[in-house]
Design a protein around this ligand. Structure first.
Ligand SMILES: [Zn+2]
Length: 396
């Protein structure tokens, strides 16, 4: 951690302050306006980010990836809703996440495993990309409001991101309407100024990881970093952030279902992440190309070679990213369906536990964080109490 904070300090020219929260809300954000560059980071965020990575890379789960992603999204939405006091939404999503669940990818109580992880490209990306991103928000992004990060360049990538959204033709607004709104509202979540801030923070984070990694791996006797692995892990880290952000945004949206502006911003989030991904990929190809070049700048052919390597690595995740996307859409459909027979599903969940030979021990262990959170909150509802009861193992 110290090595990373030293690099962050060197890049920002100021000592950063990290506020570390044990457990709590899955949060990661920067606090502008303090005398020091400050970021708040919860261990829960770290757990979720590593959990999302496993969902994306584990080949053993490829047949059920979409379902696991749906359950993961519902788990996260349930947790956030509970923290926001929306007990019924939390209960409904928790039952959706756990009814019929037979395969477990742990999303909580994994801090010990994360701390014991060997130092590698995976370790550094999981632990530090998101964290360094938040410190990256302390850079003056408007300095970069020129080519290639000009407003027009960002908007043109936003357009291609919009066209890439599978449901784009069915959305109740066109890109041109959105574009008019963006141009008129500087506070719009897709305003180039805002997106530029995110892109600059991402590139800052990638730079911190690239600078820290060789030293950390050498000190741990882990050899030299492997370029392909660095590329893969940074692209995955960006996807993890996107997934958590979108689940969080959706949980918030469930409390404000009539708010059209929130809906629009939520539906357009994939386009915003497309913009960030485009720049991250381009940064990685040019930086790794110059690192591997003998001269001070990479030749055009070296650059082209690394561009195609980066896009091949990105393409290798296409299927799992599509499963993540579909799983999230399934979770959203479930959460929005007011005709879902929640009470009957909770009864089924109880039957599932009672028919389990271990009395629901594994499910109980995996949902312990949710149950403890429900107990610690001053909110309750008939559904929430019933779900917590159905998730509680009958054997100690
Ligand atoms: Zn950010």
């Amino acid at each position: 951690m110290n090595a990373v904070m030293d690099v962050v300090a060197g890049e920002l020219g100021e000592e950063p302050l990290l506020i570390w929260v044990d457990g709590g809300f899955p949060d990661l954000f920067s606090l502008p306006g303090l005398p020091w560059p400050t970021a708040v980071w919860s261990t829960r965020y770290l757990e979720l980010s590593s959990f999302t990575r496993v969902l994306l890379v584990d080949d053993a789960i490829s047949n059920m990836r979409r379902d696991l992603c749906r359950r993961a999204a519902l788990t996260l939405i349930a947790e956030i809703s509970l923290r926001e006091g929306a007990a019924d939404v939390a209960a409904k999503c928790a039952v959706g996440a756990n009814l019929g669940r037979s395969w477990f990818v742990s999303d909580s109580n994994v801090m010990d495993d994360l701390e014991a992880m060997p130092i590698s490209e995976v370790y550094v990306a999981v632990w530090f990309f998101g964290l360094a991103h938040e410190f990256g928000h302390h850079c003056d992004a408007e300095k970069f409001a020129i080519d290639p990060l000009s407003d027009e360049a960002i908007l043109s990538f936003l357009r291609s991101g919009f066209d890439n959204i599978a449901a784009a033709p069915q959305l109740p607004f066109s890109f041109d309407t959105v574009l008019d709104q963006i141009r008129q509202q500087p506070g719009h979540p897709l305003h180039p100024r805002h997106l530029r801030g995110e892109v600059v923070a991402d590139l800052f984070a990638a730079e911190v990881v690239l600078e820290t990694l060789p030293g950390l791996m050498a000190r741990a006797g882990a050899g030299r970093p492997h370029s392909l692995r660095i590329i893969a892990e940074l692209l995955l880290a960006e996807t993890q952030i996107g997934f958590i952000e979108r689940c969080r945004g959706f949980a918030h949206l469930l409390q404000h279902r009539d708010n059209r502006a929130l809906w629009q911003a939520h539906l357009l989030q994939p386009a915003a992440f497309h913009v960030r991904m485009v720049w991250l990929q381009s940064y990685l190809s040019s930086t790794i190309a110059s690192m591997s070049a003998t001269a001070s700048t990479a030749s055009p052919s070296t650059l082209r070679r690394w561009e195609s390597v980066v896009s091949d690595v990105a393409a290798s995740f296409t299927q799992s990213m599509a499963a993540l996307e579909s799983g999230l859409a399934d979770a959203m459909r479930f959460a929005l369906d007011d005709d879902m027979p929640v009470a009957a599903m909770i009864d089924e969940l109880r039957v599932q536990r009672d028919e389990d030979k271990t009395g629901g021990t594994l499910l109980g262990f995996e949902t312990r964080a949710f149950r403890e959170l429900a107990a610690s909150r001053q909110v309750s509802s008939v559904w929430l109490d019933a779900v917590v009861d159905a998730l509680t193992p009958t054997r100690p």
